[in-house]
Design a protein around this ligand. Structure first.
Ligand code: AMP
Length: 359
């Protein structure tokens, strides 16, 4: 079976690397000449708005999926009319707009921070007064890694935030003084079967994910699974989805969903019985899902902007290194390291050794 993937970044690369043992093959569509999944599949170079490129892509695959959520709606519709596209258009549209996401969570009874859509400077000021300071102004679309966001600490921050973001559709939400950030990675098969990984505790800096640690006995596992299951069912979802939460006061507030394999699930490559990448492929290929259980204590550290010498990383026995083959650039995700150890203390020690190499 040939899987078509819209996008050929590191997520596409890891999907392909996980799919070859199952006998799957891969075609990517991506406009970038240096797309990092290109060496591990057939790379069709073309724009997502180019019907000829989309037609060639559809011709080359049996089923289609995507590795980034900003696939233009028209491209998704074109592909979905010709090949089974999983996850489907509803999941994609919902996840592309923070307001649709929040409304879905509301409808499903999943708690969210207070929020309001805003489209004028006056509306922003009024919404900030209702929600209270601090609050966070976000673009409804195309935000990632903390881009397209501004924290408002008082009314004196309104003008700067508005002049930076005001040209786009926006959402204002309450600032959550969270205790932890957790994500729940889950897979849903074509037949509706689900598999949930242990919740992952995530640490961000400057809006970018730095480390993820799966917490198999977390008291919030059942709640995270319940909320994630509601969204999967409501979207009639096929494939892997990530749901990011703020843990606060013994409960969870929903932040956002990603309709794809997710950075906070990269640890599953080495630390789970069946990785998020393999399970996504199993789902879209119509195979039974694999077990999402933890194999051993593990953690993931992102390599951002620079990569420490491979000699030094390779000396850490617990470290599994994943490099994406990308040119170094400040703030760019160039790879990650999964540490897998015999117990939690050994995991933490190995994690500290990797982090020390990052400086
Ligand atoms: P997002 O793109 O919405 O996932 O935001 C990126 C990161 O910014 C999150 O992982 C949080 O660390 C932080 N953040 C986003 N929204 C809020 C919020 N309402 N309150 C506090 N921190 C937030």
């Amino acid at each position: 079976m040939r899987i078509g993937i819209l996008g050929a970044g590191q997520l596409g690369r890891m999907l392909a690397l996980s799919g070859y043992p199952l006998g799957l093959s891969f075609t990517f569509l991506d406009p970038a000449a240096d797309a990092c999944a290109a060496p591990v599949g057939e790379h069709l170079r073309g724009e997502y708005g180019d019907e000829r490129a989309l037609a060639a892509f559809c011709e080359r695959c049996d089923v289609a999926t995507f590795e980034f959520e900003n696939v233009p709606a028209a491209a998704a519709a074109y592909v979905a009319a010709r090949r089974p596209l999983m996850p489907g258009a509803l999941a994609l549209e919902t996840a592309q707009d923070r307001l649709s996401e929040k409304r879905l969570f509301d409808r499903l009874g999943i708690p969210v921070p207070p929020y309001e859509p805003v489209d004028t400077r006056d509306a922003l000021e009024a919404a900030a007064r209702r929600i209270g300071y601090p609050c966070v102004l976000k673009t409804r679309r195309l935000g990632y890694d903390g881009k397209g966001q501004a924290v408002l600490r008082s009314a004196s921050d309104l003008d700067a935030a508005w002049s930076r973001l005001g040209s786009r559709a926006l959402l204002l939400e309450g600032f959550v003084a969270f205790e932890r950030e957790l994500s729940c990675i889950a897979t849903r098969g074509r037949d509706g079967a689900t598999a949930f990984y242990p919740v992952t505790e995530n640490a961000h800096r400057d809006g970018i994910l730095r480390t993820s640690i799966p917490r198999p006995d977390d008291p919030l596992q059942a709640l995270a699974q319940d909320y994630t299951g509601r969204v999967l069912a409501a979207l009639d979802y096929t494939g892997v989805m990530a749901f990011e939460f703020f843990a606060v006061g013994g409960g969870l507030l929903a932040n956002e969903i990603a309709p794809r394999v997710h950075n906070s699930g990269h640890w599953t490559f080495d630390g789970a019985a069946c990785s998020q990448f393999e399970n996504h492929l199993r789902a879209v290929a119509g195979l039974p899902l694999g077990p999402a259980s933890l194999r051993a204590p593990c953690a993931m550290v992102n390599l951002i902007g620079t990569v420490p010498p491979l000699q030094a990383l390779a000396r850490i026995a617990e470290a599994r290194v994943h490099l994406y083959g990308k040119e170094p650039k400040p703030g760019r995700k160039l790879g990650h390291v999964n540490v897998v150890a015999g117990n939690g203390a050994a995991r933490d020690a190995a994690l500290a050794r990797v982090q020390a190499l990052l400086g």
